[in-house]
Design a protein around this ligand. Sequence first.
Ligand SMILES: C[S@@+](CC[C@H](N)C(=O)[O-])C[C@H]1O[C@@H](n2cnc3c(N)ncnc32)[C@H](O)[C@@H]1O
Length: 244
Amino acid sequence: MRSHIEAPAAAPAKAKLVQRYFSAIARRYDLANDVLSFGLQRAWKRQAVRCLQLAPGDWVADLCGGTGDLALLAAPRVAPHGRVLLYDFTREMLLLGREKMAAASLAHLIYPIQGDVLRLALPDGSLNGVIVGFGVRNLTDMAQGFREMHRVLKRGGRLVCLEFSHPTPAWFARLYELYSRFLIPAAGRIIAGHAAAYTYLTTSIRAFPTAPELAALLTGLGFTQVSWLPLTRGIAVIHVGVKG
Ligand SMILES: C[S@@+](CC[C@H](N)C(=O)[O-])C[C@H]1O[C@@H](n2cnc3c(N)ncnc32)[C@H](O)[C@@H]1O
């Protein structure tokens, strides 16, 4: 496994690169997700939101929330008095999210915030739940991101992390490797006009910790009852942790 903690000197450059990529692909981001995952990402996201076990009135944050799919799925579960904070540092992604929200009935429960997940502008112990979908892989300091998530959760609050992972068994992993190495960048170029962003996607997935490694990281950072659920033979994994 390559280290998921970047050298400090590389961090600002990586953050800028990530922002540049997501600004460039924002308009085609949702479409590319659906095509590249054969629509599976929608079911993965629904499952992830179920894992939050939200109740009416809860306050929850969708971190690295992008165009707000998870926020939109969470809103009906916290209605009518709860709130969903949609937190992302790429303005273009949030603007696209705002367009989607305009068409949704519970949009008034969702508050978009442009900011860095590594320094959340939220008080300690303020949230019942935190969800992060396909986001932590992009952080320049993933452990710091999880520390912030732990800080802003109330005791008993749940973290749900949905992220790409490493599929099994070996024959399926080899097939997926071919798909991700060759087809994803080509499809990214055709759909979103940006092969480099999709090459970055596949290299960042390969460098990402395995499910047990990520669980160990979360436990080490103070989360309790850490568990994980592989999706579609482990192409994606949901990790859940509770603030004890
Ligand atoms: C792959 S997208 C995921 C979007 C959404 N959660 C989803 O599942 O469709 C990753 C998002 O993370 C955001 N991001 C990456 N690093 C961030 C940081 N340090 N702070 C806030 N947002 C960040 C990017 O701007 C991008 O919108």
